[in-house]
Design a binder for this molecule. Structure first.
Ligand SMILES: [Zn+2]
Length: 202
């Protein structure tokens, strides 16, 4: 059992070792260039690593009185597939009662039909990585539409330019990453060095 929350450097070492953090020359579907890329499922394919990361994040939630005081009557909610292993790991560590995850259908984020019937506990939204914050915002809207309360939010990695809070709830993370982006190749350091390009899908 890991007793402490690992430092940001320790988490980055895990992400590098598993290939979840990659350095090079990447182009997003939006056309933006970047010298680094996170593919978080690479860290979550190892059970032990997934557990260390999820337990660490859960500790950031457990120290919040608003969350610890209502456990186990808590729902852990993932915005999409990337957040599902995080949600299961955090649920396990907190002994929370419920898990929900949203998916994209016809371009819209939603929960599966009938899944949200019955009482929904106060929600902790978790994801593997928060880049723009769009997924978290959309999920918070879904949670509000269900009449449920958001009592926590967090991810393994949060980009600096992403929101720091949602509905007045501070977003927890194990790593705050200062992501570099170039809107086009002309400004890109790696382009100027003729570094080989990899196109990434998300
Ligand atoms: Zn470039």
């Amino acid at each position: 059992m890991v007793q402490l929350i690992p430092s940001s450097d320790e988490v980055m070492n895990i992400l590098k070792r598993t290939g979840a953090f990659r350095e090079g020359h990447f182009i997003y579907p939006s056309g933006k260039h970047t010298p680094h890329y996170f593919q978080m499922p690479l860290a979550f394919r190892y059970y032990d690593t997934a557990r260390v990361l999820a337990v660490a994040l859960s500790r950031k939630f457990r120290i919040e009185k608003e969350i610890s005081s209502v456990l186990p009557k808590v729902a852990v909610v993932a915005p999409g597939p990337g957040g599902i292993p995080v949600a299961f790991g955090v649920r396990e560590a907190l002994s929370a009662e419920q898990i929900y995850w949203a998916e994209r259908e016809d371009g819209k984020r939603m929960f599966r039909q009938y899944v949200t019937t019955g009482e929904i506990n106060p929600c902790v939204i978790v994801d593997d990585i928060i880049r723009s914050g769009e997924a978290i915002r959309e999920t918070a809207t879904l949670v509000r539409e269900l009449g449920a309360q958001i009592i926590g939010c967090g991810a393994i990695v949060r980009f600096h330019n992403a929101p720091a809070e949602i509905d007045g709830i501070e977003i927890k993370s194990l790593v705050e990453f200062d992501a570099k982006f170039y809107d086009e190749g002309a400004q890109c350091v790696e382009c100027r060095q003729d570094a080989p390009v990899e196109h990434v899908r998300f």
